[in-house]
Design a binder for this molecule. Structure first.
Ligand SMILES: *[C@@H]1O[C@H](CO)[C@@H](O)[C@H](O)[C@H]1NC(C)=O
Ligand SMILES: *[C@@H]1O[C@H](CO)[C@@H](O)[C@H](O)[C@H]1NC(C)=O
Ligand SMILES: *[C@@H]1O[C@H](CO)[C@@H](O)[C@H](O)[C@H]1NC(C)=O
Ligand SMILES: *[C@@H]1O[C@H](CO)[C@@H](O)[C@H](O)[C@H]1NC(C)=O
Ligand SMILES: *[C@@H]1O[C@H](CO)[C@@H](O)[C@H](O)[C@H]1NC(C)=O
Ligand SMILES: *[C@@H]1O[C@H](CO)[C@@H](O)[C@H](O)[C@H]1NC(C)=O
Ligand SMILES: *[C@@H]1O[C@H](CO)[C@@H](O)[C@H](O)[C@H]1NC(C)=O
Ligand SMILES: *[C@@H]1O[C@H](CO)[C@@H](O)[C@H](O)[C@H]1NC(C)=O
Length: 414
């Protein structure tokens, strides 16, 4: 009985798994067509194409200036073209999409800038950055880190790029800091859980960004430093509607031990020219930050997100690849910032380990729903099936034991 139930549930799970296996083929290039100017300046720009049967997702991961990610959806015949001299000088329209050498406008595009790392002095141990005042806050602009490529892995199913930012020097304020910020980007071709804790569920339409703040020098005048990260989102969608933040309880913590929540940020959906409703993009993360490289439950703390805000002045974007692509058109696009602070009340602040992580997914379309895995289904069915089986057997045994007794009594009475 229990095993039959288990078998049926496993079959359903396996079928559900196979339904989800739409695949894309990945192809990627570093500094495509650049050559000498890029070698000279030691820069890293990765172009990733994820070709599906009917469309292509283009990704550009850029570490010149402010680190940023661009995502665009086009027919498979469209290619990305970078005019390198203009691109390195951060001029607008130096990134274009071409179809047969004609400029092509993608049906959808979206970009994320890892804009600022904010240090704040959490005097009252609230772990909330919005209670800190200006004198208790220092802004680190990620463009002032010196970014270098640490490792790169490229094949048709998986692309990963590890970058490290060191030697922070704010040229405007003449402030230097030691310590490093590590950024790892991952591109995927199918739906699965990432191999890196917190094992985020990704689709073929998503990119994972992992940030590590490793021994970043804190301000000497701050006794209780914590860090927050500010992202800027740019792209299609109504600029006047704020992105929607939705912290969801998840079904189980099988993939991220101890964490039963997923925070989801969705861009407002909008009508395309042909009348179809575009779901836009999303950001997704588990509200957990690890305070050591082992990334286990005991070495974790929480994250706190704050409501998105519209940004009107896009001067700060001019030193990013997204300006090279969108140019002054940004003024008409959705442009919002969202902040996430790392740490929770009583966790000992950044100085405890001088290490914090944050992992999030940037995805196109509708976020995937976490489903029970076959293992969990098996455990549940055994958990429900076994007591049922025992009850049935006990019931049968009692019936069988009683029956001859009654017969015997009847016989004797006669
Ligand atoms: C470029 O980066 C590599 C490490 O990624 C480093 O060894 C090399 O010295 C750098 N070159 C210049 C010119 O900065
Ligand atoms: C691709 O397009 C064809 C024809 O338009 C359609 O039959 C097929 O379902 C599409 N495939 C996907 C994955 O959208
Ligand atoms: C980009 O376009 C220019 C001219 O439009 C061309 O010379 C160059 O080869 C193209 N680059 C790539 C990578 O296609
Ligand atoms: C910290 O708490 C004290 C006393 O409750 C209060 O006066 C002060 O404004 C708080 N400071 C911050 C930054 O919240
Ligand atoms: C430390 O914080 C103070 C006050 O916000 C600021 O004036 C100073 O420049 C900061 N020092 C560093 C090294 O960031
Ligand atoms: C920048 O700061 C350093 C010390 O931190 C100092 O030696 C240097 O003179 C300063 N440079 C300028 C241009 O102020
Ligand atoms: C990925 O994007 C394509 C359109 O480009 C869409 O048809 C597909 O459903 C998306 N996949 C997921 C899992 O959202
Ligand atoms: C935008 O911000 C920059 C500094 O970041 C400032 O110089 C400029 O005046 C601002 N522009 C407007 C229109 O507020």
């Amino acid at each position: 009985m229990a095993s039959a139930l288990t078998f049926c549930l496993l079959l359903v799970a396996a079928l559900a798994d196979s339904v989800f296996s739409t695949q894309r083929t990945l192809r990627s290039w570093v500094n495509l067509g650049c050559g000498e100017p890029c070698r000279e300046r030691n820069v890293t720009t990765l172009y990733l194409r994820a070709d599906g049967p009917n469309d292509t997702l283009h990704y550009l991961w850029d570490f010149i200036g402010t680190p940023s990610v661009l995502l665009a959806v086009t027919p498979p015949s469209v290619y990305l073209n970078i005019t390198w001299d203009d691109y390195l000088a951060r001029r607008e329209n130096s990134v274009v999409f071409l179809e047969n050498s004609v400029v092509f406008s993608p049906s959808y595009s979206f970009g994320v800038i890892i804009n600022k790392i904010i240090e704040f002095n959490d005097v009252n141990d609230t772990a909330l950055i919005d209670t800190a005042d200006v004198t208790n806050m220092n802004v680190l602009h990620s463009e002032y880190f010196n970014w270098r490529l640490v490792s790169l892995l490229q094949n048709s199913e998986f692309v990963s790029l590890d970058m490290e930012g060191n030697s922070y020097h704010d040229t405007a304020k003449n402030i230097s800091r030691y310590g490093s910020i590590k950024l790892s980007l991952r591109g995927f071709c199918t739906v699965d859980h990432s191999d890196m804790v917190p094992h985020m569920l990704h689709t073929e339409n998503s990119t994972q960004v992992d940030i590590i703040l490793d021994h970043i020098q804190t301000n000497q005048t701050f006794a209780r430093s914590r860090f927050a990260i500010e992202l800027l989102a740019v792209g299609g969608g109504d600029p006047d509607i704020l992105m929607f933040v939705d912290p969801k309880k998840s079904l189980d913590d099988e993939h991220t031990p101890g964490i039963f929540e997923v925070v989801e940020v969705r861009t407002p959906p909008y009508r395309e020219q042909d009348g179809a409703l575009n779901a836009g993009s999303y950001l997704q993360w588990r509200p957990v930050s690890y305070i050591s490289a082992s990334r286990d439950v005991t070495s974790s703390t929480e994250t706190v997100q704050y409501p998105p805000k519209q940004v009107f002045n896009y001067t700060s974007i001019k030193n990013s690849m997204l300006y090279c692509y969108y140019g002054d058109e940004i003024a008409n696009l959705l442009l919002q910032k969202i902040m996430v602070s790392l740490g929770s009340k009583g966790d000992g602040f950044y100085k405890k380990t001088n290490y914090l992580t944050w992992t999030f997914i940037i995805g196109y379309g509708t976020p995937p729903e976490e489903r029970f895995s076959s293992l969990v289904i098996m455990i549940i069915s055994i958990g429900l099936g076994l007591p049922l089986l025992i009850m049935v057997i006990t019931g049968l045994y009692l019936c069988i034991r009683r029956m001859p007794k009654r017969h015997g009594n009847a016989y004797l009475n006669r």
